[in-house]
Design a protein around this ligand. Structure first.
Ligand SMILES: [Ca+2]
Ligand SMILES: [Ca+2]
Ligand SMILES: [Ca+2]
Ligand SMILES: [Ca+2]
Length: 282
């Protein structure tokens, strides 16, 4: 069942998008595709597939032709816009396929594959959200698992295509480590930060001075933000000794280091307001 949905996903993915677009816009694309026209396309594809299975001898002529005639009648109903009739005929087809498999007329694996595809056509006409994760069955590559849907984070070691982009774990670009990162992070400081002097000094994190920072490979939470180039001074309490007269300013460099050790910095000012005269000489 999963394999079929995976294949279906690839097939639909190939209709209108390059591979790299698939993960980001998948949900939106599928929702756009959620129409009887898609059901019709899938029906046509299934007709082709059954025809081929007959040609290859996977399904014998007799049962194969009975499946084809049912598919043709479903196709006709879809073309006529008779969605509800098509839906009930799809139910009949599933029962028919189950009967064929049960009676040994067709291979159970082939039947399971066809049943899953018929289920996909039904889902296009009636897109329920079985697992309640917000992604209807024609979008959700596992509609019986609320932790799997397009847009979910790909967990890189669970053997599951968590984000429904057709790629599992290390084969998913989301899990591919960035190799050969020679690029320093982008670092932008605020122009200045205004703080009031406290008796114990002003404790600050370097990130308080950043307007924006980003790296091509390392995630934001993996970047080291520091007051020094070595990435060691990750917090600092500014005291009167740090202030430069006459305006009580401190010139500050904020460094950002990525996981590959590339770093860059920006410069900013800490402006200290001292209304209580804490820094005035005794
Ligand atoms: Ca769902
Ligand atoms: Ca799901
Ligand atoms: Ca995974
Ligand atoms: Ca994936």
């Amino acid at each position: 069942m999963k394999k079929i949905l995976f294949l279906l996903l690839i097939a639909v993915g190939m209709m209108g998008c390059a591979k790299e677009q698939v993960s980001a816009d998948l949900n939106a694309q599928f929702l756009e595709l959620r129409t009887p026209e898609v059901a019709l396309e899938l029906t046509n594809a299934l007709i082709d597939q059954v025809t081929q299975m007959i040609a290859e001898g996977i399904i014998a002529q007799g049962p194969g032709n009975s499946i084809l005639s049912k598919l043709e009648s479903i196709k006709k109903k879809l073309e006529d816009g008779k969605t509800n009739v098509a839906l009930s005929k799809l139910d009949e087809l599933i029962a028919h396929l189950e009967g064929l498999a049960f009676g040994g007329a067709i291979d159970p694996d082939a039947a399971a594959q066809l049943i899953a595809q018929v289920g996909s056509i039904q889902c296009e006409l009636n897109p329920v959200d079985e697992d309640g994760d917000g992604s209807p069955c024609n979008v959700d590559c596992d509609d019986h698992n609320p932790d799997v849907y397009p847009g979910h984070e790909e967990i890189c070691d669970n053997g599951i295509d968590d984000d429904c982009d057709g790629q599992v774990d290390e084969n998913d670009p989301d899990c591919t480590p960035c190799v050969g990162d020679w690029e320093a992070p982008t670092v932008l400081c605020v122009q200045s930060l205004l703080k009031q002097m406290e008796p114990e000094g002003i404790p600050l994190l370097p990130s308080a001075f950043l307007a924006y920072y980003w790296d091509n490979c390392s995630a934001i939470e993996d970047l080291v933000v520091s007051f020094d180039p070595d990435g060691l001074q990750t917090s600092k309490t500014f005291t009167c000794d740090d202030l430069l007269p006459p305006n009580n300013q401190v010139l500050i460099n904020i460094w950002v280091t990525d996981q590959a050790g590339n770093k860059d910095y920006c410069q900013t000012l800490l402006l200290v307001h001292d209304p209580d005269g804490i820094c005035e000489a005794p």
